[in-house]
Write a protein that binds this ligand. Structure first.
Ligand SMILES: *Cc1c(COP(=O)(O)O)cnc(C)c1O
Length: 410
């Protein structure tokens, strides 16, 4: 990474084996430097065609008869997403939101460990996970034990029912040790629930091989399934028959259309479904996941590492002298697919980047600008251009004149 010129970026793009995938996505404004695929991924062109077809032909034409094939969608798309996170078929379904799935699986885990009164998580975990856990603890009179993953051992004892972390930290992009944490929790007799939202489609995940019990994740970030697309959930095969989720809905029912008198859940992963599947959204999940599978998760990871390394090299050369510090691990093996740049004026800089430089990262309080690399469509030229516009913006001082209260979404 010695050549930090624009020509150097162009040369890296020319040598990129995944470069052709960018054309498979809608790029409405070629001047926009989009570094927020870790928050909302770009729209695949095929999604436009697929949704048009499903709406016109399957809904418009087939009407209610299309449910015959729609019933298999949550599992079919789930298996595809499972292939990206190291899960053999039959262990992943697409349903509900990440938050709701997190609640369902956390509650199921607590019910499977009666007598144990504590949940362990990180105070820096993603807000929705923390809030759901707070709610579960309030409703059931449980203890919420806050600990960082490096201090997990001191928080574990025979009173812990559930340990839950995000595999990739949403602020720093730090990757946790999936297998080691899972093993430590299992040694204490607890179940483990992983949130893969910032990992799925960005870093290889070995769910089956690591012995993980449960996982959830969203599909609108690196999986490019679109705003509000339904989430995925994973339940290890051996646990499926033992676990019961708290929302007993008819889509989890054996012989659903017998409309029987009492809840009798499916024996397999389908028992973690609740109500009518979001058919359009699941089709978008299928298209997004298929694109990543076609590129190959290992090839995507290799490009992601090369691009985050490149971004960090530009940070060191251009941004560190302007008061930025790196908020992500330097070791690429411990870093996911975004890079956090910290600066005391980060809120105004992030706003000014969008408003005055057509660069789209996001901001996380108190001082983090997150630059997301989505290797399936991000070019080295985007990274170069984004960092070049960022340094010129800060040098010009334009950001000191924006109002940080002017937006509700950061
Ligand atoms: C984005 C994200 C979510 C999103 O949850 P929703 O229910 O889709 O709003 C949850 N957890 C983590 C770690 C995330 O990064």
């Amino acid at each position: 990474m010695n050549d930090l010129s624009a020509a150097g970026a162009a040369a890296l793009d020319a040598a990129d084996p995944l470069a052709g995938f960018r054309d498979r996505f809608v790029v409405a404004d070629p001047d926009t430097v989009y570094l927020d695929g870790n928050s909302l991924g770009r729209l695949p062109r095929e999604t436009l065609a697929r949704l048009q077809d499903v709406v016109a032909r399957e809904w418009g034409g087939g009407l209610v008869g299309s449910w015959e094939r729609w019933l298999d969608l949550p599992g079919r798309a789930g298996d595809l997403v499972g292939s990206l996170v190291g899960a053999a078929p039959g262990q992943v379904v697409i349903a509900d939101s990440t938050t709701v799935n997190f609640y369902k699986l956390a509650a199921a885990a607590l019910d499977a460990r009666p007598g144990r009164r504590a949940i362990v998580t990180d105070p820096g975990n993603f807000p929705t996970d923390r809030y759901v856990l707070e709610g579960l603890c309030a409703a059931r009179g449980l203890e919420l034990r806050w600990t960082t993953p490096d201090r997990l051992d001191s928080a574990l004892d025979t009173g812990v029912a559930l340990v839950t972390f995000s595999l990739v930290d949403y602020r720093s992009a730090e990757i946790l040790d999936l297998a080691a944490i899972t093993a430590a929790a299992h040694d204490a007799g607890a179940l483990v629930l992983w949130d893969l939202s910032h990992a799925a489609g960005a870093v290889p995940v070995a769910l089956d091989a690591s012995g993980a019990d449960l996982a959830v994740g969203c599909t609108y970030k690196y999986l490019n399934a679109g705003p509000g697309a339904p989430a995925f959930l994973y339940v290890r095969r051996e646990l499926q028959a033992q676990l019961r989720q708290p929302i007993w809905g008819w889509f989890g029912q054996r012989e659903q259309f017998a409309m029987g008198p009492a809840y009798d859940p499916q024996p397999d992963i389908r028992r973690f479904l609740v109500g009518t599947s979001p058919v359009l959204g699941i089709h978008a999940v299928e298209v997004g996941a298929a694109l990543l599978a076609e590129a190959g998760i290992d090839a995507l990871r290799a490009k992601s590492i090369a691009q985050t390394e490149y971004l960090i090299a530009l940070h060191d050369a251009w941004l560190a002298p302007l008061g930025f510090t790196l908020g992500s691990p330097r070791d690429p093996a411990r870093r996911g697919s975004h890079v956090s740049l910290r600066h005391p004026d980060a809120a105004r800089i992030a706003l000014a980047l969008r408003a005055h430089a057509n660069v789209v990262p996001d901001f996380r309080a108190p001082d983090v600008i997150r630059c997301g690399i989505a290797p399936i469509y991000t070019r080295y030229a985007d990274v170069w251009e984004g960092m070049d516009r960022l340094r010129r913006l800060v040098e010009s001082g334009v950001h000191t004149r924006v109002d940080p209260a002017s937006r509700r979404v950061t």
